[in-house]
Design a protein around this ligand. Structure first.
Ligand code: NAD
Length: 369
């Protein structure tokens, strides 16, 4: 097949490109090489066998050229930051996706499949079961509660509630990124169905592995904890460190990407792609500590980030029913990321950059206690 991979110079895109080339497909990448993801220019890992078009998915002329002659599309290019330029999330993530369908329909392009990268952020705070056994989907936690260190989400009657593995039916995004990703899913599946362009949306949990940019603010706990232990500093855990997350390895994600491209049972559906098991952030920090062979335990100074999800773990049974299951653990991902970190030559710059960025963003807040 001839496959277009938007965002193919990024983390998930580039690993998918490698796998497609390995399977004998011809690959074209459309990527704007955005900063800060590519702060130091085009990444060295880009394979010369893949054709590279440098351009923006919102540019109709460029996207039209990139789609020409393609049988299938992976759409990974996305805006994913913590900045308050809300409209950019929708122009890149929603309008960029709509433009793919617009061009396919307008120019009658013979694209046989579109796979779009969605996110667990669509599920917001996920699914909970209240003390009365009823399921509910909570909204963002009020800041007054967080300032009082009341981390857990109660049920609607104020009694203790339990987080549940969250299936694809839950869509309750709580920020501009999640909203834009839900919009992207709906555009892809709805226009796909209507114009007979088989489409699939994959809601990734936290994806981990090498090539994740050192410079973007959203690459999260793996990068920050690894950098801390590399420099022999204890990482900081927000809230009480008991937040549950699920982490999925990049190799498992690539297998999911390849599966849904060829399996027609996936057409016109949304799938969670997660690790299948929840870990507390404290457990994850300990996995990183062990990978670096350090004694320093993480610290919990009573900080929080307003807007953070308390617990989220995806229910992956729908994709498992198609024969996929995660094979790698967070420990595997951390080992691979640590090896990648050790290969870098500008590691002091990376830590300095990460810390300056966190201060500039001013997202971390202190509790009252
Ligand atoms: N990494 C994760 O944990 C994760 C989790 C959930 C969802 N996702 C989704 O998966 C996809 C890939 O994420 P990633 O982690 O590989 O991110 P990434 O930042 O490493 O890669 C994204 C790539 O898209 C390019 N890009 C951004 N805006 C563009 C535009 N307007 N036009 C053309 N290219 C553009 C960037 O230059 C970059 O190379 C994204 O859609 C993201 O929302 C990622």
């Amino acid at each position: 097949m001839n496959v277009l991979v938007t965002g193919g110079a990024g983390f998930i895109g580039s690993h998918t490109v490698d796998a497609l080339l390995q399977q004998g497909h011809r690959v074209r990448i459309l990527d704007a090489l955005c900063k800060p993801v590519h702060l130091k220019g085009p990444p060295a890992y880009l394979p010369p066998e893949a054709e590279l078009i440098i351009g923006d998915v919102r540019d109709k002329e460029v996207l039209g050229r990139a789609l020409q002659g393609m049988d299938a599309v992976y759409h990974f290019a996305a805006y994913q930051d913590y900045l308050p330029d809300f409209s950019t999330f929708f122009s890149v993530n929603a309008a960029g996706t709509a433009l793919i369908y617009e061009l396919i329909v307008e120019r009658k392009l013979p694209v046989r499949k579109v796979v779009v990268a969605s996110s667990q952020a669509v599920a917001g705070e996920g699914l909970y079961r209240g003390a009365d056994g009823q399921l509910f989907t909570p909204d963002i936690r009020p800041e007054e509660r967080l300032a009082r260190r009341e981390w857990e989400i109660p049920d609607p009657a104020g009694r203790p509630a339990q987080p549940q593995p969250t299936p694809e039916t839950v869509a309750n995004p709580q920020n501009q990124y999640g909203l834009s990703k839900l919009s992207q899913e709906q555009i892809a599946l709805s226009l796909g169905r209507r114009y007979h362009i088989p489409s699939v949306a994959l809601r990734y949990s936290i994806v981990q592995g090498p090539r994740q940019s050192f410079y973007n603010a959203y690459s999260g706990a793996c990068r920050i904890f690894c950098l801390n232990y590399y420099f022999n500093r204890p990482p900081t855990l927000y809230e009480d460190g008991q937040q549950i997350r699920d982490y999925v390895n990049i190799e498992d994600v690539v297998r999911a990407n390849l599966l849904v491209m060829t399996d027609d049972r996936a057409n016109d559906r949304v799938f969670n792609v997660g690790g299948g098991r929840g870990y507390t952030v404290r457990e994850f920090a300990d996995i990183v500590r062990q990978a670096f062979g350090k004694d320093l335990a993480a610290v919990v100074p009573g900080l929080y980030r307003y807007g953070d999800t308390r617990h989220i773990q995806s229910d992956i049974s729908a994709l498992q029913a198609l024969g996929w299951t995660p094979r790698k653990t967070p420990a595997d991902s951390v080992q691979a990321y640590r090896d990648y970190l050790y290969e870098q030559i500008d590691i002091d710059d990376i830590m300095e950059y990460a810390e300056r960025k966190m201060r500039e963003l001013n997202v971390v807040r202190k509790t009252q206690a």
